[in-house]
Design a protein around this ligand. Sequence first.
Ligand SMILES: CC(=O)N[C@H]1[C@@H](OP(=O)(O)OP(=O)(O)OC[C@H]2O[C@@H](n3ccc(=O)[nH]c3=O)[C@H](O)[C@@H]2O)O[C@H](CO)[C@@H](O)[C@@H]1O[C@H](C)C(=O)N[C@@H](C)C(=O)N[C@H](CCC(=O)O)C(=O)O
Ligand SMILES: Nc1ncnc2c1ncn2[C@@H]1O[C@H](COP(=O)(O)OP(=O)(O)OP(=O)(O)O)[C@@H](O)[C@H]1O
Ligand SMILES: N[C@H](CCC[C@H](N)C(=O)O)C(=O)O
Length: 545
Amino acid sequence: MGTCGVHGRTVAELTACAGAELRAGDSAAEQAGNVRILGVSEVHTEVRPGDLFVALQGRHHHGASKVAEAVAAGAGAVLTDAAGARSIGRDPGVPLLVAEHPRAVLGPLASLLNGHPSHHLPVFGVTGTNGKTTTAYILEAALRRLEQHPGLVSTPETVVGTQRGPSRMTTPSAPHVQDLLARMRAAGNRSAVMEVSSHALDQERVNGVRFDTVAFTNLTHEHLDYHGDMESYFHAKARLFTPEFAARAVIVVDDDAGWRLDRLARRRGLPTVTLGTRPGAAATWHLAGVEGADEFELHGPRGPMRLRAPLPGEHNRVNTALAALMLLGAGHPLQEVARALDGPVRVPGRMERVDLGPGWPTVLVDFAHTPDATAKSVSALRARTRGRLVVTASSGGDRDTSKRELTGRAVVESGADVVVVTDDNPRSEDPAAIRAAVMRGVDAAVQRLRAAGQPIPDVVEASTRRDAIRTALELTGPQDTVALYGKGHERWMEIGPPGARVPFVDSDEVRVAARQIGPRAASPAQAGPPPGRGGSGWSAAPVAP
Ligand SMILES: CC(=O)N[C@H]1[C@@H](OP(=O)(O)OP(=O)(O)OC[C@H]2O[C@@H](n3ccc(=O)[nH]c3=O)[C@H](O)[C@@H]2O)O[C@H](CO)[C@@H](O)[C@@H]1O[C@H](C)C(=O)N[C@@H](C)C(=O)N[C@H](CCC(=O)O)C(=O)O
Ligand SMILES: Nc1ncnc2c1ncn2[C@@H]1O[C@H](COP(=O)(O)OP(=O)(O)OP(=O)(O)O)[C@@H](O)[C@H]1O
Ligand SMILES: N[C@H](CCC[C@H](N)C(=O)O)C(=O)O
């Protein structure tokens, strides 16, 4: 990887940058120090001639076991840790750099080799359990309207110049991050928006990026398979909030983690502004609005701003407000920010409507795959659905198992009328076992509602997602809403061993199922089961409370 062209950097320069020790093996140290390195890679299959191969200890392998292949592919030098150096043993045939924490210096080295791209364009980083992608897209659209020509690094897509393409990861490896920023710079982007995942922070993938403004959305139950507990998860997120990474931060303080992060960031010397939606919260900015409406006001030190969220739900007002405060923090005038945020934004697979025409329910595809996201999304749709709200409940395999029951519980407690328990990406697990876990949460919540004398949803299990989609359409009419959760923008289903995928697109499946079911009568009076548990009627525009 790397785009520093034919010039590159010498091994001596990289050794100094990495704080490493240069072991020249059989070659003379001076000669080794003069070797020119053109790029950097941490995956042996991505090594290009003249690259520095950085051999890291991972969860499964030590990259040092791939040094011979990397050198055969043309690696000009190798950087590793003491354990890696021991396992390489004999002279690898190229200069060997040994550092205490090569992972920590991989990003800075990649930045150096790419001409420090983040020093030349403002980078906006968004982290938090839910809302990163949505906030990033809202911000990207606004920066475009402000003629800041943003690049984008996000879960669904990456934008370099004006080219949009699918992403493989939310936040890629350090060499890829720096390579993307360098390519953005070369392609004329004048700003960049980047989602920063907790995995990326834990694995130091954004080390070496200088962020202009970083933002925190929230911290709720997720990724405990990786982080172990919420405390470690918090500390992974908190890594981003230091003056070394960013010039300033915007922090949503609707949960305890937000307040705690604000205190921690300020103690570290990072200037912060806070955003609260709870009445009486001692935040810098407050979001005020009528429940269920997309319009809202933002009150704070620089006066009220009137804004409109481009997607429904309270959570999307927060995402919009966060984007506004990031832009204000970066120095854009208030009126311009308000204007730039006033317009449609398409966020792939987030509250995305699938238009089937008259006679059909409102169908939405949404990426809610955590308990909190599911609760927020179901509540938002409940408030806008005149008829019945039919939702899928599912969870991915080989991921946090403890969120499955909580997700099942969330759909019931947030007001769904019909819950269709089905599959997401089963990966290597037995899909029936995952559904059973989700169903336990659904059942427990139903029992609680029943005991409290409250209305309870109908519950169906569909052993394939295709069946679930068809069932949801068959059950619904034009007054109803169908929400398909979990897969959002994904264009595949992961089934079987790691990496195994079959094509599967929720919105395509909806259209196929509608065609199979056949035409629907256009009149709302003729179709659809009786009204559900409540709600005030779906509308693309906000429904009056
Ligand atoms: C759990 C996790 O994040 N794993 C990442 C991690 O894998 P690992 O620790 O198992 O790596 P490893 O296989 O032990 O290899 C160690 C080192 O040897 C190198 N190696 C390894 C094997 C080989 O044949 N050749 C080789 O060079 C590897 O490049 C690596 O540097 O390091 C790898 C190399 O950088 C990543 O590809 C891999 O991401 C995997 C694919 C992944 O699925 N990650 C997901 C969970 C992830 O990061 N998701 C977040 C979004 C989460 C969210 O917010 O929703 C994201 O930012 O995308
Ligand atoms: N601020 C928010 N708070 C809670 N839930 C949200 C928020 N914003 C969006 N959501 C819900 O979470 C889902 C995922 O949103 P989004 O993709 O923006 O988050 P993300 O942090 O990028 O998620 P991921 O890391 O899984 O890609 C949305 O489809 C929506 O249901
Ligand atoms: N980045 C998230 C995406 C989850 C998407 C959902 N469809 C699933 O498979 O669980 C993860 O890897 O946990």
